[in-house]
Design a protein. Structure first.
Length: 86
């Protein structure tokens, strides 16, 4: 998977009191709240499991966005889990 890099000056991160990982999580939350990323893509950006991302977004008062693509993604995850945990 190709990755793009964004440069954030250290003084900006320091002023925001964020680590690079925390900045990625914040970006993921904002894009998810704006309906620009699905929960799956946002959790990937945030570096969290889907469960962790859903807990974080709920703690921030961001409503769950659940559409057909999300349902399909969740069903695949369940199927994968069931196959790996017989």
């Amino acid at each position: 998977m190709a990755a793009a890099q964004i440069e954030i000056p250290e003084d900006v991160l320091d002023s925001a009191r964020l680590t690079p990982a925390e900045a990625k999580r914040e970006l993921a939350l904002v894009l998810y709240a704006q309906h620009r990323l699905s929960a799956g893509k946002a959790r990937t950006l945030a570096g969290l499991s889907l469960w962790e991302f859903r807990q974080l977004s709920a703690s921030r008062g961001i409503p769950v966005q659940f559409d057909e693509a999300e349902l399909t993604e969740d069903l695949k995850a369940i199927d994968h889990w069931e196959q790996s945990h017989p």
